[in-house]
Structure formats: C-alpha cells, structure tokens
Design a protein around this ligand. Structure first.
Ligand SMILES: NC(=O)c1ccc[n+]([C@@H]2O[C@H](COP(=O)([O-])OP(=O)(O)OC[C@H]3O[C@@H](n4cnc5c(N)ncnc54)[C@H](OP(=O)(O)O)[C@@H]3O)[C@@H](O)[C@H]2O)c1
Length: 223
C-alpha cells in the first residue's frame, strides 16, 4: 500500500503535473493533506471473519472436531477463496483455543501472515511456536491499536469466542461465512448473544461443489 500512498509526493518533481505544485507551497500543503487522508482511507482498519460453519451454526462439533468440514467430497481440493483472502489481509488474530487446535495438527505451520494469539491465561506461547506467532494481551481496542502501530490494519479474526468478543464491541467489518450442509446438533457456536442488533449488507454469495454456500457480508455503515 505504501508505494500507492506515497506516489503523488514521490512524483512531484517529475513531468506529470505535480511539478507545478512543488513551486506553490499552499498547493503542496493541500497535496500533502489529501495524500495523508488517502493514506488513512487506504489503511482503514478492517476486521474480517473467514469461517466455516455447519447449517446449525457451529464451527466445531461437540468434541471440538473439524472432520465434518470434509463431509462434501472435494477431489480437486479447491480452496473456496482462502488463498485469495489470506493474500488480502495483513495479519491473523486468533483465540487461544484456535491456536492450540492448529498446534495439535501434525502439519507444518500453515500461515503465511503474522499470527497474534489472544489469551488472558497464557504468559507466553510454547517455545516451539514463538517464531510463528505472538501473544497479545489487553482489551480488544488496545490490541487493535498495538497492531495498527505495527502496520497491521486488515485483520483476519478467527475463533468462536474471539469473533463473538469482537462482535460484542461492534468491531467486525466483514464476514465471509462458508456453510457446510450438515447439522451437527451441538458444538462450538459461531455467534452468541449481543448487546444490540448489528446490521450487515450482503456483498456476494458463491456456490462451491454444488452444495457449499459462501456468503460475504459487510457491516452496514451507521450514519
Ligand atoms: N470452522 C472454522 O472455520 C473454525 C475456525 C476457527 C476455529 N475453529 C474451531 O473453533 C474452536 C475454537 O473456538 P473457541 O470459541 O473455543 O475459542 P477461540 O476463540 O479460538 O479461543 C478462545 C480463547 O481466546 C482468548 N480470547 C478470546 N477473546 C478474548 C478477548 N477478548 N480477550 C482476551 N482473550 C480472548 C481466551 O483465551 P484464555 O482462556 O487463554 O484467556 C479464550 O478462552 C476450535 O475447535 C477450532 O478448531 C473452527
């Protein structure tokens, strides 16, 4: 993003129209202000959920299991937009339980972006994962400010309780929810009670493998 944000200032002395304003301080000032505002707009915070749920709204089964995610045959292993989504975010913020679930898989570290783990109970992450993830503490707004200062503004928010705690503070901007056509009958819920209603607008829906629906919603702006 930085190269886009700084482009007008970098080009001021080239022959593309910005040359004029470099000799007129007041216009220069206006250009700087506009550029700063554009930068702020382009670096606007976005907290996004990308999650799979059952028809009855659970993200893990009664035993915390995820086998049901594979209940629809996917012979070509299509990723349902995951890589594209990951490519568009700066970092991942996940709850301790999701972190521990990922650590329990016998696989290489699966994330290509920085991972921040929220926990009130942990004092540090296991040594084995200290190069892969960082522990973050404090209120959600404190954590978001800390991450913003580090340049992470487009965040993937993951984990049931974690998503719910962001929603309680109206801090989720987008939700991409993939619904697997199965009733689990119980488990870890995606949503919980909120202090008030939150309206979202529909962005798009996609059908994968003839039976998995992915819905993208954006928080309606409140005037
Ligand atoms: N279907 C999917 O797409 C999907 C996606 C992600 C996860 N999952 C599954 O969902 C399960 C995990 O979800 P979950 O709801 O149990 O837990 P979670 O959100 O992953 O983790 C909850 C923990 O995160 C910490 N936390 C959350 N909000 C916090 C806050 N505001 N401030 C400080 N700490 C906070 C707390 O840790 P402490 O207790 O240490 O304070 C809390 O106990 C796993 O089974 C995982 O596999 C499924």
């Amino acid at each position: 993003m930085d190269h886009i944000r700084l482009a007008p200032l970098q080009n001021r002395n080239t022959n593309n129209g910005f040359k004029i304003i470099s000799f007129v301080p007041i216009f220069d000032l206006v250009a700087i202000v506009i550029t700063a505002k554009m930068g702020k707009y382009m670096k606007k915070r976005r907290n996004i959920v990308f999650v799979a749920k059952s028809l009855d709204g659970f993200i893990a089964d009664k035993n915390g299991g995820l086998d049901w995610l594979q209940s629809t045959p996917n012979p070509d292993q299509i990723d349902m937009g995951y890589e594209k989504f990951i490519g568009g975010i700066d970092a991942i913020v996940m709850g301790r339980n999701t972190f521990e679930t990922v650590c329990s898989f016998d696989i290489e570290w699966p994330y290509s972006k920085p991972v921040f783990v929220m926990s009130r109970t942990l004092d540090s992450l296991p040594k084995k994962y200290q190069n892969n993830a960082s522990l973050v503490k404090g209120s959600i707004t404190e954590i978001l400010s800390e991450l913003e200062q580090k340049g992470y503004t487009s965040l993937y928010i993951d984990g049931g309780t974690t998503v719910q705690s962001f929603l309680k503070e109206d801090l989720i901007d987008e939700m991409i929810i993939t619904t697997i056509p199965i009733l689990l009958g119980g488990g870890i819920p995606l949503f919980s009670e909120l202090p008030r209603e939150l309206e979202f607008e529909h962005v798009r829906s996609e059908l994968f493998l003839k039976e998995i629906v992915q819905d993208h919603y954006r928080r309606k702006k409140v005037n």
